[in-house]
Design a protein around this ligand. Structure first.
Ligand code: F0G
Length: 459
């Protein structure tokens, strides 16, 4: 696209889905009924849904056309071969297993490689990744670089893993006890920040030296490739797809939640270079997910994934995607909202601890902002802080997460510029009212993944 200030959505709208407009009065009641946890809200009570960019993409006319051609055969469906070929073209990995979403692939792979006394190391494990690893009995350790923990200063690749810590950890734990090293691109729980190719290569060298498995959690690999092309020397003239292909060539396998960069509403895969691991995973897949040529997906889902995996690397699409997310973040920063800087690929992360210094971490400043955004504007977001990642010590005291962030995850190809302008206006009200906001207490919580179903009361 030429150098215009205004970035247009590189698509036209063919079908619309109404948004139900609610009043503040309505929302106050709905929020109480949802126990101050917007995960428990019905979607028709939400005006702008920034809960997740996962499975919320608008599909293209090509994808919908593909859906009509979906082959629903139990075994050997042509849609499976289309999906497999698209994944092979991208990853070059020989063994490919379809799964119904990312966490199904995680349960299979990390369940197989995990277990007691095993350790997995990542820049930051996503919450389902961590939960699947811990459920197997293994431990999950996050070692993002120090720059990645600083929310304010510009650093081009804040998603990078700390290579020195990685090598030390492998030595300390013993290479034979490492279930795998998982590079998450982009680093979702660490602010949606990208990982450089240099860092991905550094991990590869260490994993090779110690003969440790190296996996890519690649659900936002196209967005990560955009940052590499525009921020890393030597990649200016490569296509986004070539950059992704190079990253896949470094690893032993990959897990993808296709609900992100494959631009679909459901799906995932596991790709591997090693036959022995692939065979074991295939058996586990058949037990719980489905036969190896559909793995819990309909033929039409697989057809849409095959098309989405190609569309996502379109240069105009990626430019619009990354720049429009940055536009929201830049405007919020201008009006004084403290946020993770620079802006990541799929989301804007607000630093709620800094926005509400009056709220202590054990009263969850992030959850307080999540509630305010809903009350003031009908905007649904998610806390990525001590509700999601906090733990308790033996005395029942909260061990807080390193950061108290709130994520505004932008669905792909769904909202227009005026929706975004509205969100900015809601944040202007958030700023005006910042000193009056109080924290929350958890009154009910599950053992794992507590942000999904916990109930809160207001102070
Ligand atoms: N890995 C990462 C980095 C993710 O962001 C997610 C999902 C998964 C794995 C699991 O994939 O949902 O298909 O089972 N992230 C969503 C989110 C839920 O909102 O960020 P899944």
């Amino acid at each position: 696209m030429e150098n215009f200030k205004t970035i247009i959505e590189p698509f036209k709208i063919k079908m619309v889905e109404p948004i139900k407009v609610t009043s503040r009065e309505d929302r106050k009641l709905f929020l109480e009924q949802a126990h101050y946890n917007p995960f428990l809200l019905d979607s028709d009570k939400v005006m702008i849904d920034f809960l997740t960019d996962s499975g919320t993409s608008a599909m293209s006319s090509e994808q919908w056309a593909g859906i009509m051609k979906g082959d629903e055969s139990y075994a050997g469906a042509s849609s499976w071969y289309n999906m497999r070929d698209a994944i092979f073209d991208l990853t070059g990995h020989e063994f490919i297993l379809p799964t119904h979403q990312g966490r199904a692939a995680e349960r299979i792979l990390y369940g197989y490689l995990g277990g007691k006394n095993k350790t997995f190391i990542s820049n930051t494990h996503f919450d389902t990744t961590r939960a699947n690893i811990e459920f197997s009995g293994a431990e999950a350790i996050d070692i993002v670089i120090e720059e990645g923990k600083n929310t304010r200063d510009f650093y081009p690749f804040k998603g990078n893993i700390d290579l020195t810590k990685l090598e030390t950890l492998i030595q300390e734990k013993g290479a034979e006890n490492i279930g795998g090293v998982i590079l998450t691109v982009t680093n979702n729980s660490g602010g949606g920040q990208p990982v450089s190719m240099e860092n991905a290569k550094g991990v590869a060298a260490i994993c090779k030296k110690y003969n440790v498995n190296y996996f890519l959690d690649c659900c936002r690999v196209a967005e990560n490739s955009y940052f590499i092309k525009h921020r890393e020397k030597g990649y200016e003239n490569k296509t986004y797809k070539e950059i992704a292909q190079e990253m896949f060539s470094l690893v032993d396998g990959a897990i993808m939640s296709a609900k992100k960069d494959a631009l679909v509403n459901m799906g995932g895969f596991l790709s591997l270079k090693n036959k022995e691991i692939a065979d074991a995973c295939k058996n586990l897949l058949i037990i719980t997910e489905g036969f190896a040529t559909y793995g819990g997906l309909s033929g039409r889902d697989m057809e849409a994934i095959a098309i989405g995996l190609r569309e996502v690397f379109d240069a105009d699409y990626l430019h619009y995607r990354i720049r429009s997310t940055a536009f929201l973040g830049e405007r919020l920063r201008e009006i004084g909202i403290p946020l993770m800087w620079p802006i990541g690929g799929h989301a804007v992360y607000i630093d709620a601890k800094e926005l509400y210094p009056q709220i202590p971490v054990n009263e969850y400043p992030g959850q307080a902002l999540v509630c305010e955004l809903y009350l003031k504007g009908g905007i649904r977001t998610v806390e990525i802080g001590s509700v999601m990642f906090g733990k308790y010590d033996d005395n029942g005291m909260l061990i807080p997460a390193p950061m108290e962030l709130v994520r505004l995850a932008i669905p792909r190809r769904v909202y227009t510029q005026s929706h975004i302008e509205y969100v900015i206006e809601v944040f202007e009200k958030i700023i005006t009212d910042r000193n009056n906001v109080k924290g929350l207490t958890i009154i009910e919580e599950p053992k794992f993944l507590r942000h999904f179903t916990s109930k809160f009361s207001r102070k």
